[in-house]
Design a protein around this ligand. Structure first.
Ligand code: DX5
Ligand code: ZN
Length: 220
C-alpha cells in the first residue's frame, strides 16, 4: 500500500456532514473523530451518527476512538459500518483481545498512541494490528500545531515494522499540512490524517490531491 490521504471531518460543518464528505471524493478514507468528553476534553458523536455517515458515502470510514473503555465500546463502530477502527492503547485494558475482536467482526484493527506513549512496549503487538496511529498532537481538537518531538517515534515505529516484516500501516494525525507532511513521510509514515488543512481550503478535494502529491514526492 502506498500513500493514503484520510481527511478528518472534525473541522467540517457538522450541520451538513453528508455534503461535507461529498467534497472530498478523492480521499482514501474519511477519518471520523469520536470523542467522549472523558478521554479527551471534547465531545463529538456516537455510533448512530457514524452509521448514518457510513450510509451517505462510498468512501470507507476510518473511526478514531478517543473514548474511555475502548474494550466495551469499540465494536459498536464496526457494526456502524466503519472499515477501520482505531482505539487508544491508553484506554484499552486488553488491546490484543480487542484488536482480534475488531478483525473478527470484519474491520481493520488499529491502535493509537498519544504523544507521550512510547512505541517500544507494543513491538510484539504489531502483527495483531492493521494500522498503528502515532498522534502528532495531543488528541482532542483540530487545528493544533504539529509536534516535531513525535518524529523520532515515527522512525522507531517504522524500524520495528521493518524488523517484524509486517504490513501494518503507519498513520499520523494532528497538524498535518503541506508544511509538515514531508517530514512525516521521511520518518516512515504512509497514512495521513488532515483536518483543518483540508476543510479550511477553498477546494478541499484539491487539497487532498496536493497533500498526496507532496507525500508521493517525498516518498520517492
Ligand atoms: C485530533 C483529531 C484529529 C484532528 C486533526 O484529536 O484526532 O483527527 O481532526 O485535525 P488537524 O489536521 O487540524 O490537526
Ligand atoms: Zn483523529
Amino acid at each position: 500500500m502506498g500513500i493514503q490521504i484520510t481527511p478528518s471531518i472534525l473541522n467540517a460543518d457538522f450541520a451538513h456532514l453528508g455534503a461535507e464528505v461529498a467534497r472530498i471524493g478523492s480521499a482514501d478514507w474519511v477519518h471520523v473523530d469520536v470523542m467522549d468528553n472523558h478521554f479527551v476534553p471534547n465531545l463529538t458523536f456516537g455510533p448512530t451518527m457514524v452509521e448514518a455517515l457510513a450510509r451517505s458515502t462510498d468512501v470507507p470510514l476510518d473511526a478514531h476512538l478517543m473514548i474511555e473503555d475502548a474494550d466495551r465500546n469499540a465494536l459498536a463502530y464496526v457494526e456502524a459500518g466503519c472499515g477501520s477502527v482505531t482505539f487508544h492503547v491508553e484506554a484499552a485494558t486488553a488491546p490484543v483481545r480487542l484488536a482480534r475482536e475488531i478483525r473478527s467482526h470484519g474491520a481493520r484493527a488499529s491502535m493509537a498512541l498519544r504523544p507521550a506513549t512510547p512505541v517500544e512496549p507494543y513491538e510484539d503487538l504489531l502483527p495483531e494490528l492493521d494500522m498503528l496511529l502515532i498522534m502528532t498532537v495531543e488528541p482532542g481538537f483540530g487545528g493544533q500545531r504539529f509536534l516535531d518531538l513525535c518524529l523520532p517515534k515515527i522512525r522507531r515505529a517504522r524500524e520495528l515494522m521493518d524488523k517484524h516484516g509486517v504490513e501494518t500501516w503507519l498513520q499520523v494525525d494532528g497538524g498535518i499540512s503541506l508544511d509538515t507532511i514531508e517530514r512525516c513521510v521521511e520518518a516512515g509514515a504512509d497514512t495521513f490524517v488532515a483536518g483543518s488543512a483540508v476543510y479550511s481550503a477553498d477546494d478541499p478535494d484539491r487539497m487532498v490531491a496536493e497533500l498526496r502529491a507532496a507525500a508521493e514526492r517525498a516518498a520517492r
